[in-house]
Ligand binder design. Structure first.
Ligand code: ATP
Length: 220
């Protein structure tokens, strides 16, 4: 489903080259749930940004469902990402001036999905927020914001969800409830999950856990 081949990524920092990976290889099967752990600065978020096509590798290739990013122009990658990938971030990344319903509808509108409102209401109800549709992000609790973000990530039935510390900003009980919801919905939809986390408990929910060490992904 997802293939990462001989991936090299370096950042230029003035005259210095910051090397993150030299030769990273990785394969994720369809509908599987994979956790990525590793020390701060090991390159976990960078890997999610590369998988989403937001940043480009220095060399190597990424294929999603056999489609290589190398063969696509910037605009095609943006369209491909909008249709195939859903995101859940630690800081929620909701649009501040849109209410919960409008936030969830956003990816559906971008992808031209029919009945976006109906689908968004259904999803918000499934995450227990049917009574908060018209609340702005500033009028929602942290756990509620993350449940809106989960509904938004799933509305366009993406092939893959990339989650970066989704419970990192939530208290323990709220984090558990939010993760329960995320795993329930992705299992129901057979969505592939790649989850970056520092929490062993969160990682244990996944079928496989890898640790990113010195540019290599080691199976735990
Ligand atoms: N745009 C950039 N320019 C230069 N260096 C960068 C850039 N973005 C990230 N880095 C460096 O790349 C390394 C990997 O960053 P990344 O955010 O992927 O780490 P991470 O494993 O997700 O860390 P954390 O667990 O702390 O969130 C870090 O050392 C960081 O300083």
């Amino acid at each position: 489903m997802l293939q990462i081949k001989s991936l090299k990524k370096s950042y230029s920092q003035g005259s210095t080259e910051v090397k993150i990976y030299e030769d990273l290889n990785f394969h994720v099967k369809e509908a599987s749930k994979v956790a990525i752990m590793g020390k701060s600065g090991s390159g976990k978020s960078t890997l999610l940004s590369l998988i989403s096509g937001i940043i480009k590798p220095t060399s190597g290739d990424i294929l999603l469902d056999g489609v290589s990013y190398k063969d696509m122009k910037e605009e095609q990658i943006n369209d491909f990402r909008a249709s195939n990938i859903g995101f859940v971030f630690q800081n929620f990344h909701l649009v501040s001036y849109l209410n919960a319903l409008e936030n969830v509808m956003l990816p559906a509108k971008v992808c031209g999905i029919k009945n976006p409102k109906e689908k968004a209401v259904e999803l918000l109800e499934s995450v227990g927020l049917g009574h908060r549709l018209d609340h702005l992000p500033s009028e929602l609790s942290g756990g509620e914001k993350q449940r809106v973000a989960i509904a938004r990530a799933l509305i366009h039935n993406p092939k893959i969800i990339l989650a970066d510390e989704p419970s990192g900003n939530l208290d323990e009980d709220t984090g558990i409830a939010v993760m329960d919801k995320l795993f329930e919905l992705i299992s129901k939809n057979n969505t592939t999950l790649i989850l970056v986390t520092h929490s062993k408990d969160v990682a244990a929910r996944c079928e496989q856990t890898y640790s990113l060490n010195h540019g290599n992904l080691d199976k735990c």
